[in-house]
Design a protein around this ligand. Structure first.
Ligand code: FES
Length: 154
């Protein structure tokens, strides 16, 4: 099967070599590869004509940019107001203990990435966690083991 991912050079070619395209370049690299590697960051900053430190500043300012590769599955716990009030933080802490990582990190086996997000629009079913693109609602710490087991058996 042919690899559908564009090479970094193909992505860069889509934009003029100007600093004002820095964010677009970073967004395209992230959506193609899931994160921005040090090599990609260097290529983007060279193309945009900005120092690599400036590209890093932009990437770290916006929470949506990821500088580490993501795990096979993304666990995102909502910490919007409703979910926070109904124990969203306890879900995060239980996942951190269970997976032995902190929010924002990926397990060593590259299986799970744990993140927190703001309201995902299902407040009536709080607390909510997204497993990849699926909603797990009325979350409790007790449900975590079963959810992780279900992911593994897929
Ligand atoms: S606050 Fe979590 S879904 Fe709205």
């Amino acid at each position: 099967m042919e690899d559908q991912t564009k090479t970094i050079d193909e992505l860069l070619e889509c934009y003029p070599e100007k600093p004002e395209y820095l964010i677009f370049l970073l967004q395209d690299v992230q959506s193609a590869y899931g994160y921005i590697s040090p090599e990609s960051m260097q290529a983007v900053s060279d193309h945009a004509g900005v120092p690599v430190t400036q590209a890093y500043s932009v990437a770290t300012f916006y929470q949506s940019f990821r500088l580490e590769p993501k795990g096979e599955h993304e666990l995102r716990v909502c910490l919007g107001t409703a979910c926070h009030l109904k124990g969203g933080q306890r879900i995060v802490e239980a996942l951190e203990r269970k997976l032995n990582i902190n929010a924002g990190e990926t397990t060593e086996d590259m299986m799970y990435t744990l993140d927190t997000v703001n309201c995902v629009g299902a407040c009536a079913l709080a607390p909510v966690m997204l497993v990849d693109e699926n909603y797990e609602t009325n979350m409790t710490a007790m449900k975590i083991g079963k959810i992780l087991k279900k992911i593994k058996t897929k």
